[in-house]
Design a protein around this ligand. Sequence first.
Ligand code: PCA
Length: 213
Amino acid sequence: MKILLTGFDPFGEDKINPSIELVKKVEEKIGNAEIFKLEIPTVFKKSGKILEENIKRIRPDVILCIGQAGGRSSITVERIAINIDDARISDNLGEKPIDEKIRDDGDNAYFSNLPIKKIVEEIKKENIPAEISNSAGTFVCNHLMYESLYLAKKYKNIRAGFIHIPYLPEQVINKANTPSMDLENSLKAINIAIKTIINHNGEDVKISGGKIS
Ligand code: PCA
């Protein structure tokens, strides 16, 4: 099994992005899976292009994208990506699209086809906070998740999804009351997610991951 694992470069005011730092630390072989690592620029259009080039090159069975979600306190496994770019800040090439469709011929939204509930359950078993997220935002992470699911359909038989991780402690030194998680725990969580993906090819577990609002 081939897993394409991606992380982003730093963006906005941050000098570091825990997602790519974590990806660098993942083993290249986990069980029977080969892990192909890729750094993606935090740039709307380029992110999807680079992903597609690497899908053609690697032909992965699974695409797992990781991104930073500053302000979140847990590992958040994303349920859905929507067909819209709506930027609050510029991407790393200065682009700031507002209400632009990602793909004219794409669905309004795509659901992750990874076992998201099982992943959350397994991460929590190791005492790391994790939950389902019902929005990956409208910035480059949502864009890349949308592209990965659009391309998963185009190239067939690919499972794809996205996990957001919190800031690192060093990123919140001057940000009062902002949660963080150390790289060791985020890495542990992503390793659990990868193992869960390898072991669960069928139905997800039927447990609630819902929210009232
Ligand atoms: N987080 C941003 C883009 C890159 C990243 O790591 C996001 O959540 O959209």
